[in-house]
Write a protein that binds this ligand. Sequence first.
Ligand code: SF4
Length: 436
Amino acid sequence: MSTLINMLRAGNLPGRIAGIAATESMVADDLCERITAGTMVAPAGNSGRRVRGVAIGSGVRTKVNANIGASSELNSEPEELAKLDAAVRAGADTVMDLSSGGDTGSLRRALISACDLPFGTVPIYEAASLARQRSGSVVAMTRDDLLGAVEQHAADGVDFMTIHAGLTLSALDHLQSQGRLMDVVSRGGAFMIAWMIHHERENPFYEDFDLLLDIMARWDVTISLGDGLRPGCLADASDRAQFEELVTLGRLAAAANEAGVQAMIEGPGHMPLSDIEANVKMAKKLTGGAPFYVLGPLVTDIAPGYDHITAAIGGAIAGAAGADYLCYVTPAEHLGLPTAAEVHSGVIASRIAAHAADIAKGSHTAMDWDIRMAGARKSLDWEEQIALAIDPQAARSIYGSRHSESVAGCSMCGELCAMKIVSDHLGLKAGEISGC
Ligand code: SF4
């Protein structure tokens, strides 16, 4: 089937790959090699929707995803469209709709038609929600409900989907035998485990992985192999169940690549800061270098209201260790659905983490941004500093609200501005210094 991988293997180069290569300052051939080898993905389904070219994987800028979507408690299409707008304006690279309540199909189509970023979903949420509405329980989902949801999302224009195919009976056995403080915190993982225990059967996404790949290949949808057993608290991190699932995800990623389907791997979760580097390196090793997509990781469990910060700390360390894609976390994590303002805060926090990681990875483009900011600071060029800020609106708001025109510096040191004093004594006026 004419998936991106198969086109590249046949020597055809779609225009969007050349566009991505230019954006990432890479040679297009290098990009093609990485995509065909499975160490990079460029999600874009073939439903006909125009999608911005975004590459995720080794050798390119660390990317940031923003999750939006309604629940059974809060479902407002205008609010979700406002969150989409906030995510795009704040600089998210991709958006995922995690809706599990209300009219999920109608909302998904409205969001997709308003979005030109790669768009992701988790089809099991809709299958479970519909089964609950129909029969009173998520375990009433059928194999056809699951595969049907995947097909419907692909036809609606979804570019990548989280599929919890590595959560097998064997991994479940590890989970039950070792015991965990918080058991399972992944929503999709919880639905699947409930189904497997109730029906005493293997995960249909695992058992029918070939059928799933047929659908993904037909629509050229990228599979994001979900970690249903990701640790949900520090005490549960890096246990047998997590790694059993990861080994399976590595095998499934290889099978997807063989079938011409782009694949990435999802990772933790909550994790002590000291475990992160080893986890990322092990995930890369066990999955053949597939793009690694982490949720956070959150480095402590004790900061509800500030989990965009706990996740950004973990995200920076994970990115520096080789993670390619950071799923943002908002201040509302663990407390409720985020508002549009919280979506903005989450994207900015995650972009800071991704940028810090890119500098650690040796990106000259990333480092050049910091050098330009340092030059603007040294020369007290406030307009340039604001223009270079990752959140210019926030920078202008703080500077503008407390700045006095009579001093060159800001209100922190006022007349005793260190930049100005040192520049004056070095024989240069602050405004004459360019760069540093
Ligand atoms: S006043 Fe102080 S904080 Fe502000 S620019 Fe000058 S040295 Fe920096």
